[in-house]
Design a protein around this ligand. Structure first.
Ligand SMILES: [Zn+2]
Length: 77
């Protein structure tokens, strides 16, 4: 896991400098199957504790998750 402290403003509480960018491997589970999704970017605020998933990550992982669900439902996994 990679952790980067940013100087960004928190969109939830408005505090500046408390946002930590984390690059993790997120694991999604569906019907006893697991999907490891690397380079999953999350921003965490040290002030309010909110975790915000990066917009691009959310979009791309959404596509990957739908494909994963389709494969599980289709019996490919
Ligand atoms: Zn905050």
């Amino acid at each position: 896991m990679e952790i980067i402290i940013t100087e960004d403003e928190c969109p939830i509480c408005g505090n500046i400098g408390g946002i930590t960018k984390k690059i993790i491997t997120e694991t999604f589970e569906y019907k006893n199957h697991k999907l490891d999704y690397p380079n999953y970017i999350v921003y965490e605020c040290g002030y309010c504790g909110e975790a915000i998933v990066d917009g691009k990550t959310l979009k791309e992982s959404g596509v990957a998750i739908r494909e994963f669900y389709k494969k599980v439902d289709g019996g490919e996994l």
